[in-house]
Design a protein around this ligand. Sequence first.
Ligand code: CP
Length: 305
Amino acid sequence: HRHLLGIEGLSRPEIVALLDMAENAIEVSRQVEKKSSKLRGRTQINLFYEASTRTQASFEIAGKRLGADVMNMSVAQSSEKKGETLLDTAMTLNAMRPDIIVVRHSQAGAAHLLARKVDCSVVNAGDGAHEHPTQALLDALTIRRNKGRIEGLIVAICGDVLHSRVARSNILLLAALGARVRAVGPSTLVPRGLERLGVQVVNDMQRGVDGADIVMMLRLQRERMSGSLVPSSREYFHFFGLDEEKLARAAPGALVMHPGPMNRGVEIDSSVADGPQSLIREQVEMGVAVRMAVLEALAHHLPNV
Ligand code: CP
C-alpha cells in the first residue's frame, strides 16, 4: 500500500505486521536517545483541519524519531481562511514535494480524495465519522500487550458510536482479528446495520458491560449533533457513564480504554479513568509507536528506499 486511508482494505496479516513493527518502535521510544534514521531526508506534512492533541503531537514526534523533516501546517493561519479548497491546498503542498501528508478533516472521504490527487503517501488521521485507522491500531496494540491476544476477547465499545470514526475503525480491526465486539449505547447513538459486521448491539449499559474483557468508552460528540437531540450530561452519565458500579459487571481483570479527549463526568467517571483498570495513558504511548510503524511501512513504498 502507498497510503493508509482506513482499516477497511487491510488484511489480518497486514494488521499484525504493523502491530509487530510498532513493538520495535516502543523499544526505540524507551531509549535515552530516541532516534533512528529510517526516514532521514523525507518530508512529512501534518495537515489538520480539525482540533487534535494526541494524534497531531504523536505523528509529529513519530516522524521526528524516525529522522523525517516534519512540518505542521497551521490551518487556522492558512489560505483556507481566504476560501482555498482542501484540494487546492493539497496540490499546493504537493508541489513542494513532500513524501507523506497526514490529514485530518471533518468530511468523510477527505483522505481518499487527497490520495487520488497527490503524488505522495497519504495517512488518514481522522475523516469525519468515517475512519481513524491509527487509533484502531494503537488500541489493538494496547489490548494485545495487556491481554496477550485479541482473538476471542469481548470488547464493549460504549457511548456515541454513531458519530465515532474511532468506533468504526475499531469494529473493522477487532472483527478482522477475531474479537467479539459489542456496540453499547442509546438507540439514537448507535448506527443501524452493525449486525452485518458481526457486532452485537446492546442499548443498556449494564447488559453491555456484563462480562466484557475490554470496556472502551467514547466521547459524546456534541459538535456533530443538532439542537434537541443533544442529551444532557447528567442524564447521559446516569444511564451510560462508566463508573465503578457499572464496571463491576465486567469480566474479572477487565480493562478500561478511552481514545481521548475525555469528558469526565459525562461518559466516564474520574475514579475509573484514573483507576487501576485504566489503560488510557498507555494508549497515548502506543500512539507514538503505532504512528512510527505506519510511517516506516509507508516509507518502504516511497521511491529510493
Ligand atoms: N484520540 C484522538 O484522536 O485524539 P485527538 O483528537 O486529540 O487527536
